[in-house]
Design a protein around this ligand. Sequence first.
Ligand code: HEC
Ligand code: HEC
Length: 246
Amino acid sequence: MFKLKRGVTSSTIFSAVLLGLLSMVIPVGQSFAASDAELKQAKKEMRESRKEIRKVMKQAREKVKQAVRGGLVYKTYCVLCHGENGSGDARMSVVHNNLSLNITKQTSEYYEKIILGGGPAVDRSMFMPTWEDELTAEQTQDLVMYLSMVTDADKRGEIVFKTNCILCHGVNGDGMGRASVLFDPPPADLTRSDKNDVYKKMIISMGGEAMGRSSVMPIWSMELSESEIDDVVAYLRKILVVPYPE
Ligand code: HEC
Ligand code: HEC
């Protein structure tokens, strides 16, 4: 289930990066490769790109808000037949026992079509009602976002990633985040990771230091729920440009 955690916002990452910056000014047993000139340049680049980072984070947070609103609409109109989070485990499933009422991963266009036009609009059962007269256009879009999120771990993971990790690991996860030049070793290029999901889950939960790696990689188990960590691990697997290590 897509779980919203309050308080895990840009402030988390900014404090993580601030910590990194501080420990660079006052090195605490951490070796940083950046010279003064590099540092100046890096800070300049950080300022310049902060806008872009903010934009990506803002977009990600907007999607979360939209999904939360969609969840409320869902609870009002859909839960009776489709159950919590589209599981299909609902009261009405007894009545429709020859139909599958769980909501599967589909495209946004498909969701929109069936919500507005009912089951027959996508060759499904007419027992799925039309909602065009019931819902506003905004509610429909919110619902579509909600359904996309609850049925797709990658999408949820992308949101977790974009709201917490991009300042270091880069918008695309390639390790080219703006803070990257400040750290040695630099934030990993997650698109070329040779680590498996189990390892990733561990380093994300427990931080770099516990894994014998850089303490610059923060501990996330206090900020993120276990399902959010699973989601972000799923997303990291999706963005790999090298084969997944067997
Ligand atoms: C009266 C019961 C009922 C209600 C209420 C209901 N649905 Fe459905 N829904 C169905 C049935 C029946 C199907 C079709 C099952 C089939 O044909 O296999 C379906 C199918 C769907 C599907 C397709 C699932 C898939 O994986 O292909 C989606 C998406 C969906 N409904 C969304 C919604 C949304 C969003 C709401 C609330 C606005 C809603 N439904 C309310 C009965 C209902
Ligand atoms: C403050 C900067 C920073 C932030 C924020 C950060 N990381 Fe990291 N991360 C690092 C650094 C530095 C390393 C490399 C550690 C090393 O090589 O010793 C790393 C390594 C990793 C690795 C290991 C990859 C591999 O192939 O070995 C994973 C996975 C990872 N980070 C995921 C995440 C995720 C997911 C988030 C957000 C929830 C995140 N990181 C946020 C700095 C950061």
